[in-house]
Design a protein around this ligand. Structure first.
Ligand code: HEC
Ligand code: HEC
Ligand code: HEC
Length: 148
């Protein structure tokens, strides 16, 4: 969510969050006042590198509450066990990289899920290519110390 809020100038689709009593928040006009690809603007000690903790939870994108209109809730579902989640690594990357093609990459090549409730049986393989020292090391892709 924090990535998505700051990536208004990079995301292909607006980040919209339905909040208290159905209030719709649209973050698409927010611009990060620094180089978005420089992870060190927010992270320290390499905390953005992969792999992330095996105990990390997925990110909920749908609580299964239902809406009467775009801004008014009909039913509120407070049961976390049926939430629709994005697996943790894909959630972190797709906050900014939200395009359809890269989503397909995360699912087909990376083993991620964008629609799991338990995460059971889902194993993300991102670190085998995007981890430290690997060919697509995130630290390299984001060119730290470079011109971006
Ligand atoms: C606007 C601030 C901000 C920027 C810029 C940012 N992050 Fe994050 N990132 C966060 C926050 C906040 C969290 C959540 C930390 C937590 O849950 O403890 C997070 C979490 C993560 C996680 C999950 C870490 C974990 O162990 O669970 C990854 C991976 C990650 N970020 C990667 C990146 C990468 C790669 C970049 C640069 C392209 C980046 N972030 C840029 C704020 C930012
Ligand atoms: C805070 C936003 C943000 C997050 C989070 C983020 N990226 Fe990026 N990423 C960027 C930006 C901005 C660029 C530069 C794209 C450009 O210059 O067109 C980039 C570039 C890349 C590139 C180089 C390819 C390209 O299009 O230039 C790769 C590979 C990449 N990111 C992988 C990842 C991976 C893997 C993660 C998750 C661990 C991640 N990114 C998380 C913003 C982010
Ligand atoms: C088999 C190796 C491999 C695996 C596994 C893998 N990736 Fe990638 N990924 C790549 C390559 C290669 C690129 C293209 C890099 C470029 O364009 O510079 C890429 C590009 C990306 C990008 C940037 C795409 C763009 O241009 O906007 C993101 C984000 C990303 N991967 C996320 C993930 C995530 C999340 C996972 C796990 C769920 C994952 N990848 C698993 C090899 C891999």
């Amino acid at each position: 969510m924090v990535h998505g809020i700051h990536a208004g100038g990079f995301r292909k689709t607006p980040l919209q969050i339905v909040g208290f009593q159905g209030t719709l928040y649209d973050f698409s006009t927010v611009r990060f006042p620094a180089e978005l690809s420089n992870c060190n603007k927010c992270h320290v000690n390499g905390s953005y590198a992969l792999p992330i903790s095996a105990k990390a939870l997925g990110s909920t994108v749908d609580t299964r509450s239902t809406q009467a209109t775009l801004t008014a809730l009909r039913t509120v579902d407070v049961d976390p066990s049926n939430d629709v989640k994005i697996t943790p690594t894909a959630a972190a990357c797709s906050g900014c990289h939200d395009g359809a093609e890269v989503r397909t990459h995360m699912i087909r090549t990376g083993g991620a899920s964008f629609g799991t409730s338990t995460g059971a049986g889902v194993v993300e393989k991102c670190a085998s290519c995007h981890g430290p020292g690997k060919s697509e090391d995130v630290r390299k892709a984001h060119e730290l110390g470079g011109s971006r």
